[in-house]
Design a binder for this molecule. Sequence first.
Ligand code: SAM
Length: 217
Amino acid sequence: MPQQTYKTTDPALEDYAAAHSTPESELLHRLYRETSLKSMYPNMLSGHLQGQFLRMISQMLHPKRILEIGTFTGYGTINLAMGLADGGKIHTIDSNAEMVEIGRPYFDAAGLQDKIVTHIGNATEILKKIDKSFDLVFIDADKENYLTYYQMLIGELPQGAVVLADNVLWYGKVLDATHADEETKGILRFNEFVLQDERVENMIVPIRDGLMIVRKK
Ligand SMILES: C[S@@+](CC[C@H](N)C(=O)[O-])C[C@H]1O[C@@H](n2cnc3c(N)ncnc32)[C@H](O)[C@@H]1O
């Protein structure tokens, strides 16, 4: 199947939205630049608009415990950590230690080193071992396992907890279920399951590649 290239928003409108949102900090811009130079897939990084969105959600919820599945170079991690309540921590998981090491000096420079707990390894294995009572979760790793992560977590989260999941429109591929590859099938399974899950309410925000917001009732 050819790669679909739907844009959920007109690029000119996205530029306008970015220009009229709180500017990216100098530190996050440096992290973005370094990721672009050192990673083969720099577009995996959340970026200015989505990073600002994550930070605002975190600041509004003021969570004590955050989980991120898919650290990459820590751009989302830093934004999420900025909303933590006093004494709070963000646990972030990635199987690629090399990418996480790019982010670590930025955690320190942002003064967040004591608030960020990094776990290196396969997310399913790490989730089996940690306390899963998180107030805010950001799922942003392998698409095939979105539903696995959700099912491992949702029963353990407190009432009012919020789960965010990135790429739920998957570059428009969700519109063609008949030719779906494994990643697209993973996203479709996740989207369908959440929709019929009576424990939660949800919506898909069509920014960037689609961001699912789930709130546990
Ligand atoms: C899209 S990037 C995460 C971007 C990051 N959250 C941000 O906001 O900039 C996805 C990351 O998930 C990691 N990943 C993929 N499959 C994984 C798995 N099974 N367990 C742990 N990490 C995984 C990849 O190594 C990659 O760094």
